[in-house]
Design a protein around this ligand. Structure first.
Ligand code: COS
Length: 386
């Protein structure tokens, strides 16, 4: 899978133009309105951004992981809210179906996800289950040829926009932990499904999250991803592996923007008779940020290439997510420092980005969860060879 080199180059060039000419100039508007303008969403649909990773048979562009990562490094330069609009359709909202769905599920949902006709959402987290994902309590009780869902999902990205949820729920009461969980495809208009109040967040304005509440929602058994109950936890983990490379790439893109903003300011701002870009302590900060950005870029490209070769990259996806999201936190901190007092003011992009990137270290698996996955993986390899 993947686009040929020439076509992919053209896609990159048009996404680059879109980011520079349409997204970055509209960032202030998102901050003011707490939403992504309708016309921008429509332009995203027309460019095919909702279908980047969905196979051409279902109307998408069929990018491979390396290509997805390159696009995310470009889109990551603009405010996170833009990526969030189509991010679930190319990632956690669609990949359950892409990776583990039946042919009928693919045919039913992927074409509409690829065009952006419907937005999708991934509902795993609960009030009492975040990092410990297999502790979820949402129940799916079998009732004839359907399941009845009851429970609450929390901080669900794109829930207010979603037409389709992938919901992880406990369908096998006799099985404890991960083995008792199934992933259900739940259309948003099913009776009994309702949304909580929009969450008020530290940053990422324009990104929509809220609770999703299920009260006796009747879901046909055929809506279990892959048609077999009890496999939902593994589907969720596979979806998150891919998602983690996507987040790592976005973080890397945001770091490049922060460096560009820092350079522009450091060349314009003068102290002690010269631009601050010529002061060695500022130069050191710029150099550290550039070095870390380069390391992140290499890591993202390597993890994505491994994913394409082997169909998975669990350890490397966690390494990349961990490093790149922590890295962009440090780069954002230096960017604010380089801007001095101005960096604390809302007129400057770095003030917003500083708040926006804080979430990257938390969602789709905290840094501590990534450490756990990485350490477990290398220990397993060590044990197998001893
Ligand atoms: N791909 C495929 N299968 C996986 C997997 C992966 N990446 N990770 C785990 N599994 C499988 C395991 O192989 C195991 O299968 P078997 O029972 O057949 O051996 C099963 O899933 C359970 O795995 P494990 O015992 O490792 O589960 P834990 O409960 O210990 O949880 C962590 C593992 C902590 C890694 C998991 O809960 C996690 O990723 N938590 C973070 C969740 C998260 O990212 N939340 C963010 C919100 S969603 S935006």
């Amino acid at each position: 899978m993947g686009l040929d080199t020439d076509t992919f180059r053209q896609v990159c060039a048009s996404v680059e133009r879109f980011v520079e000419e349409r997204l970055i100039p509209n960032e202030a508007r998102i901050e003011a309105e707490d939403d992504v303008p309708r016309e921008i969403v429509q332009e995203m649909r027309e460019m095919g951004l909702f279908g980047l990773t969905i196979a051409p048979d279902y109307g998408g562009l069929g990018l491979n992981m390396r290509q997805e990562a390159e696009i995310m490094m470009i889109v990551g330069r603009a405010a996170t809210a833009f990526r969030s609009v189509f991010g679930t359709n190319i990632g956690i909202g669609s990949q359950g179906i892409v990776i583990d769905g039946t042919d009928a599920q693919k045919a039913e949902y992927l074409p509409r996800l690829a065009t952006g006709e419907i937005v999708s959402s991934f509902a795993l987290t609960e009030p009492d289950a975040g990092s410990d994902a297999s502790a979820i309590r949402t129940r799916a009780d079998k009732d004839g040829d359907a399941y009845i869902l009851n429970g609450t999902k929390r901080y669900i990205t794109n829930a207010p926009r979603a037409g389709l949820f992938t919901v992880m729920a406990r369908s096998e009461p006799d099985q404890k932990g991960a083995a008792g969980i199934s992933a259900f495809l739940v259309p948003a208009d099913l009776p009994g499904l309702r949304l909580g109040q929009p969450d008020r967040k530290m940053g990422q304005r324009g990104t929509k999250t809220c609770d999703v509440i299920f009260e006796d929602v009747r879901v046909p058994a055929e809506n279990i991803v892959g048609g077999v109950p009890g496999r939902g936890f593994k589907t969720a983990m596979k979806v998150l592996d891919r998602g983690r490379i996507n987040i790592a790439a976005s973080a890397t893109g945001t770091a490049s923007r922060l460096i560009a903003e820092s350079l522009a300011y450091a060349h314009e701002r003068k102290t002690f008779g010269k631009p601050i870009a010529e002061h060695q302590l500022v130069m050191a900060m710029l150099a550290d940020s550039q070095t870390e950005h380069y390391a992140a870029q290499c890591m993202v490209r390597d993890a994505a290439a491994l994913y394409d070769r082997e169909g998975k990259a669990i350890q490397e996806a966690s390494c990349a997510k961990y490093f790149c999201t922590e890295m962009v936190g440090r780069v954002a901190d230096r960017a604010v420092q380089i801007h001095g007092g101005a960096g604390y003011m809302a007129e400057y992009a770095v003030e917003r980005i500083y708040r926006d990137v804080r979430l990257l270290r938390i969602y789709e698996g905290t840094s501590q969860i990534q450490q756990l996955v990485i350490a477990r993986s290398i220990s397993r390899t060590w044990q197998e060879s001893h």
